[in-house]
Ligand binder design. Structure first.
Ligand SMILES: [Zn+2]
Length: 282
């Protein structure tokens, strides 16, 4: 990843993959040698990054005393998790239909590194994959999974959800979400699903070349709204694009993930004053 500045959001993003999407600790409350090592790795001179690193060391979970209802209280900087007015995920309902400009996907077979960070299984991408939304280009950083889904449609959760996280040159974040329902075996996932790490780890392993384009549904219209990261620190200003067409995976494929990762979906958040738009382009 190229460091272009010292904007706080970028510095938060630099904490990936042991930062925003992983707290660098396995389930045990005791700090492990590996967690200590990870903390050392992210201790850089920039004060803002140290704050981000401090966040990454705070343990959080999807249930109990460190669950979503308590995230805001677990660390300074997590306030948006409790008092934010533009949080994700949301229930995708009550949307206005609009003819939106298509998202242009420029994905190529790309080297990936997979890590089980204790919250999800994440595939980190080498540079080279981009999307363009409304004239802005975003680079694909990583994709990860939630089961059940985080977004619901008319109150109904899907069996799982894939998030492709992208960042623009000026540090804007755009996530493409794809809902996953139980159905036919999905051949496009056979390769990467053979690399699911069943142990929490600090350092990922090579997952080979992945063609992200093959993982997406054929119809690429989306629901769009302005939201947040769905994990602490719940940073807002994220452009959400959830595909209106779900994909399918077999029961065995869904189980392969759920046998490793406990339910990891943040509950839906109020839409509030935000606009939710469904692309109705055929
Ligand atoms: Zn996610």
């Amino acid at each position: 990843m190229t460091v272009r500045g010292r904007n706080p959001l970028l510095l938060l993003i630099l904490a990936l993959p042991v930062g925003l999407f992983g707290c660098a600790q396995p389930a045990e409350p005791e700090p492990t040698a590996a967690a200590t090592e990870a903390a050392a790795v992210v201790t850089l001179p920039e004060p803002t990054l140290e704050v981000a690193a401090a966040h990454s060391e705070v343990h959080w979970t999807y249930e109990g005393a460190e669950g979503p209802g308590h995230w805001a209280d677990l660390a300074e900087g997590n306030e948006a998790c409790g008092s934010g007015k533009a949080q994700s995920p949301i229930d995708l309902a009550g949307y206005a239909g609009e003819d939106l400009a298509d998202i242009t996907f420029s994905y190529l077979p790309t080297k990936t590194n997979v890590v089980n960070n204790g919250h999800t299984i994440q595939f980190n991408y080498d540079e080279g994959n981009t999307i363009e939304i409304d004239g802005t280009t975003y680079n694909l950083l990583q994709m990860h999974f939630h089961a059940p889904s985080e977004h619901s449609v008319d109150g109904k959760l899907a069996d799982a959800e894939m998030h492709l996280v992208h960042k623009s040159a000026d540090d804007g974040l755009a996530v493409v979400g794809v809902l996953i329902n139980k159905g036919a075996e999905n051949a496009a996932f056979k390769g990467i699903w053979s690399h699911l790490p069943d142990e929490v780890e600090e350092v990922g392993t090579d997952a080979g070349l992945v063609m992200a384009d093959e993982l997406l549904p054929a119809v690429r219209t989306t629901y769009r709204y302005d939201g947040s990261l769905t994990t602490p620190p719940c940073t807002e200003g994220v452009k959400w694009n959830v595909m209106t067409t779900p994909i399918e995976m077999s029961e065995a494929q869904l189980a392969a993930f759920s046998e490793i990762v406990d339910p990891n979906n943040r509950p839906v958040q109020p839409l509030g004053d935000r606009a939710l738009v469904e692309d109705t382009t055929p």
